[in-house]
Design a binder for this molecule. Structure first.
Ligand code: DGL
Length: 259
């Protein structure tokens, strides 16, 4: 049995929405989480910078002897996954492929919307992967630059968040499914649910990533203690408060590192 931990990586606290799903799937696995809070937000940064941050994050996690890495960040997935998959031999799972696999097998989705950061949308990665995964699928996309910073601020259930989301959704109300293509966006699920027609499926890719991880790991470590170790590249942020909202518990041992 492989007792090494699983590594997870995001620009900040949003990746914890994926952690939550991975934890549900793997209650006993030890997990090392890296939030690159010093470089947050990734959304408006250049592709070169995102690739370099993602490489640093992956190398840090490899130095922690993880056995697989989840890029729990839509922007890093969109901009860097192809590059890092070629560079490192460790299994690396991003947000897009598991989501496309799901869409390709869902018979009731013929028009899909994807919301993500400006960097993700500009890269065209979501749009091209979705268009390729299912013949005739209509894909609508929208960058939502205000949402990840609002989530880091803890503004996930107020009028400003609602009005911003309503504006971002203006052209999306006819889709069969809406993909939350940035891992910060599941924090706004209540608002998405009330702003979209009830017939629209709201897709949190984190759940699909957890399933994909299960299929990638040949054995799961049932004897470990389910430990979560969190590293941040800058601790002057609202991480602990937002983490509490996501996980419904206090996190005490967060370490600041420089990478
Ligand atoms: N959680 C990230 C994503 O999925 C990043 C948001 C940001 O850093 O701008 O895109």
């Amino acid at each position: 049995m492989d007792i090494r931990p699983i590594g997870m990586f995001d620009s900040g606290v949003g990746g914890l929405t994926v952690y939550k799903e991975v934890r549900n799937m793997f209650p006993n696995e030890n997990i090392v989480y890296l939030g690159d809070t010093k470089n947050f937000p990734y959304g408006p940064k250049s592709r070169d910078n995102i690739i370099s941050y993602t490489k640093q994050g992956i190398e840090f996690l490899i130095s922690k002897d993880v056995r697989a890495i989840v890029i729990a960040c839509g922007t890093a997935t969109s901009q860097a996954i192809d590059v890092v998959k070629d560079l490192y031999s460790i299994p690396i799972i991003g947000m897009i492929e598991p989501t496309c696999n799901y869409i390709s097998t869902s018979s009731n989705i013929s028009k899909v919307g994807v919301l993500a950061t400006e960097g993700s949308i500009k890269s065209g990665s979501w749009q091209s992967s979705l268009s390729m995964c299912k013949h005739g699928l209509i894909v609508k996309s929208r960058a939502c630059p205000l949402l990840a910073p609002m989530a880091e601020e803890g503004w996930t259930d107020n009028e400003i968040a609602r009005l911003s989301i309503r504006k971002y959704l203006a052209d999306m109300t006819d889709v069969d499914a809406l993909i939350l293509g940035c891992t910060h966006y599941p924090l706004f699920t209540n608002i998405f649910k009330t702003e979209m027609p009830s017939s629209c499926e709201i897709i949190n890719p984190g759940k699909l990533v957890a399933k994909k991880l299960k299929s990638e790991l040949s054995d799961s470590n049932d004897t470990a203690s389910g430990n979560l170790e969190i590293f941040l590249t800058d601790s002057e942020c609202n991480f602990v408060n937002v983490a509490k909202k996501i996980l419904d518990k206090d996190l005490y041992s967060i370490k600041q590192i420089s990478i």
